[in-house]
Design a protein around this ligand. Structure first.
Ligand code: SAM
Ligand code: SF4
Length: 458
């Protein structure tokens, strides 16, 4: 895929990343704990039947300057024990509200760095989850890990706790890049860690990379991707670096070293795309790649790919997502709810027997339709108006009116050969994937009022 400079200039504007719709900066503080608990009870009646759990572990031993995640920098193991106790209590507060006929299809541990915690603490929580819930046949039980804290013993414990997917945050193989962003260099090479993980039956490996960091060049990133391909991971993600220094102050430091220009970032993206597809991976959305036999590639070919805050997922592994831990965001049928902001606030509230929701959002029926449309664009690069009509029981013409959408709003994309449309369908071309966020924004009536700030789309 080649992206002409004229398209980069035209489409490199601030737009939401659409990890959720509406994006998290639209959540409001008038949504509180009572609203959340009510929504949890109501969620028992919602489809799909499967449920998911997200566990947020904020701890990291060192702050990577580029980081956009919710972290708490510490090595304090007493705090980690207290946090684990709070997590267990929180699970035990929500679990009795849930209809246990609903099975767990996805458990995702994210952060921060879940493996910054001693493995036995992760084990305690997994044991509780296994005791409280029953699982579907082939659930996805995944954990995000920093390779600097992984070794064969830790991996073996994760396998014993029931994990079947480990995501390794590689970011880049160039030490110069890792050093400048203050990222620890793994003592055990990622290739070796990956071999250890794959030596356990049924285990899958994901690798995460970021492009757009200081000292990265199109050539250096191409070398990183070559190394990644040799590792033969099941899935690979190349995140475009989101520079939001007005939210994450530490990112300002990176400006001193100079960040790659948008056209250089596009080259990094193009190289990664070319190399990954030649190596036989199926590109998914803008930045994910999966082996053709992977569930994600199969879901894409069947146009049934979904998405939640944890990334792309299949219909089977998605569902209502109940989040536990500081800053965790639950995603129920028509509600988002975010947990306490700081570790102290989180532990204190749970110890006093209360869940503290600090902000959230209740989606209107129209917003649920918008979310569905944006998800279809972001996940399947395809929209079928008849299917939307059926799913929501509202005529397509009515939906278009509600969203203030007319087909001619897509004509610019058509002229640039980024999509084609008819009255019943929208099909996004290969190059069009590069501007998926811009296309999604066409259906987003809230973002178009310009009241919020977002990272650039490239
Ligand atoms: C929670 S971290 C992964 C686990 C672990 N903390 C680590 O860094 O290895 C999730 C991923 O988000 C990505 N990420 C973090 N900050 C980002 C940013 N500002 N822009 C784009 N991707 C980012 C990184 O690739 C990182 O691996
Ligand atoms: S990238 Fe990972 S390890 Fe680095 S600060 Fe962010 S969450 Fe922590």
């Amino acid at each position: 895929m080649k992206i002409p400079q004229s398209l980069i200039n035209k489409y490199n504007v601030p737009v939401p990343r659409y990890t959720s719709y509406p994006p998290a900066n639209f959540f409001t503080e008038d949504f509180g704990t009572d609203d959340y608990l009510k929504a949890v009870v109501e969620s028992n009646k919602k489809q799909p039947e499967n449920i998911s759990i997200y566990i947020h572990v904020p701890f990291c031993t060192q702050l990577c300057l580029y980081c956009g995640c919710n972290t708490h920098i510490t090595k304090n193991q007493d705090l980690m024990h207290q946090y684990t106790d709070a997590l267990k209590k929180e699970i035990l507060m929500i679990s009795p509200l849930l209809d246990k006929n609903r099975k767990l299809s996805q458990v995702h541990w994210g952060g921060g760095t879940p493996n910054a915690m001693p493995a036995n603490l992760v084990g305690e929580i997994m044991e509780l989850i296994h005791a409280e819930f029953s699982f579907i046949d082939k659930p996805e039980i995944a954990i995000e890990c920093n390779p600097a804290h992984l070794d064969e013993h830790y991996i073996k414990k994760l396998v014993d706790f029931g994990f079947n997917r480990i995501s390794i945050g590689v970011q880049d193989f160039q030490e110069k890049v890792l050093n400048v962003v203050h990222r620890e260099i793994p003592a055990i090479p990622v290739a070796d860690l990956s071999k250890v993980i794959k030596s356990h039956e049924g285990m899958a490996v994901n690798l995460d990379f970021i492009y757009g960091l200081p000292f990265q060049t199109p050539d250096s990133f191409a070398k990183t991707i070559d190394q990644a391909i040799e590792i033969n991971a099941d899935r690979l993600v190349t995140f475009s670096y989101a520079h939001v220094p007005w939210v994450k102050k530490a990112q300002q430091k990176l400006e001193e070293y100079g960040l790659p220009k948008p056209e250089e970032k596009v080259k990094m993206f193009e190289h990664a795309w070319a190399k990954m597809t030649v190596a036989g991976y199926v590109p998914i959305g803008l930045d994910h790649y999966a082996k053709p036999e992977d569930d994600m590639s199969i879901a894409l070919s069947q146009k049934t790919l979904h998405r939640n805050f944890q990334g792309y997922c299949t219909r089977e592994t998605t569902g209502q997502v109940y989040a536990f831990g500081v800053t965790g965001i639950s995603q129920l049928e028509n509600v988002y709810a975010q947990n306490a902001r700081t570790v102290k606030e989180y532990i204190d509230s749970i110890e006093s027997g209360k869940i503290k929701i600090v902000k959230g959002y209740s989606l209107s029926e129209t917003e649920k339709i918008t979310r569905h449309i944006i998800n279809e664009i972001m996940c399947n690069q395809y929209l079928n108006w008849i299917q939307v009509e059926k799913q929501f029981g509202v005529a397509a013409a009515e939906i278009k009116k509600l969203l203030n959408f007319t087909e001619n709003k897509l004509d610019g994309f058509v002229d640039d050969e980024l999509l084609t449309y008819s009255e019943s369908e929208i099909n996004i071309t290969q190059t069009g994937r590069f501007v998926l966020r811009n296309m999604a924004a066409v259906f987003d009536t809230q973002v178009n009022d310009g009241a919020k700030k977002f990272s650039q789309s490239v």
